[in-house]
Write a protein that binds this ligand. Structure first.
Ligand code: SAH
Length: 205
């Protein structure tokens, strides 16, 4: 039942395809992952417009065009271990699960952690692992990660995240109004702003 919901073709054509530069793997991941499943019906009936929407606890499911853009920019392959900070609704993790080997996702709000895990398990997605913790610490046990994505906006780049990034790895993190691409080659860490953005805050406790 849950996996038979159809994602509208106009959503794919008008929002997702342009946002990911027509990347067919990303487009396919969105076709297979109905966003409607990640949104509480009582809160919103418009899953296929290009808006961030409330998911409770002051948090939001990100705009679909932002998820598409970041997923494409993250350049994930089926060999990759990916760490996500900020599970939120679980939607970005579900999209990444279609492209990666394994997705590790960390969320600080227990209710959202449970909600995301329930939805993703119900969809029969089996390559996502969940943790409740402060995402500033990453998830050390499974490091290094080929790819890291933060979906909350930080003021500074958390040093644990760069430490847990594999050599040759890439990280995307919203920092002070920009999505920043962080690359690691040996001891060298490079940062590049790739797009302006607006996200909920990355909480530092
Ligand atoms: N990827 C999510 C977007 C969620 S919004 C989705 O697809 O729906 C960002 C999430 O980051 C929120 O759920 C928020 O609780 C979480 N967050 C913020 N700061 C955090 C931190 N320090 N550690 C872990 N999660 C954090």
């Amino acid at each position: 039942m849950l996996n038979n919901v159809k994602v509208p073709e106009e959503f794919i054509r008008d929002i997702i395809t342009p946002a990911c530069g027509g990347d067919t793997r990303v487009v396919d991941a969105f076709r297979r992952t109905p966003r409607s499943k990640f949104i509480d019906e009582a809160m919103c009936r418009r899953p296929y417009v290009d808006d961030a929407l409330p998911i409770g606890y002051g948090q939001t499911i990100s705009k679909p065009s932002t998820v598409a853009f970041m997923t494409q920019a993250l350049d994930v392959t089926s060999e990759h271990k990916v760490l996500e900070i900020g599970s939120g609704s679980g939607f970005q993790a579900a999209i990444l699960s279609r492209l990666a080997k394994t997705v590790y996702t960390v969320e600080r709000i227990p209710e959202l952690y449970r909600r995301a895990m329930t939805i993703i398990r119900r969809m029969s997605i089996t390559n996502v692992r969940f943790k409740i913790d402060d995402g500033n610490l990453g998830w050390d046990e499974n490091a290094p990660y080929h790819r890291i994505i933060a979906t909350a906006e930080a003021r500074n780049l958390p040093s644990e995240l760069t430490a847990q990034l594999a050599d040759g790895g890439k990280m995307l993190i919203p920092l002070n109004g920009n999505i920043v691409l962080v690359t690691k080659e040996g001891d060298s860490i490079k940062k590049e702003n790739i797009a302006p953005c607006s996200f909920v805050d990355f909480v530092c406790e």
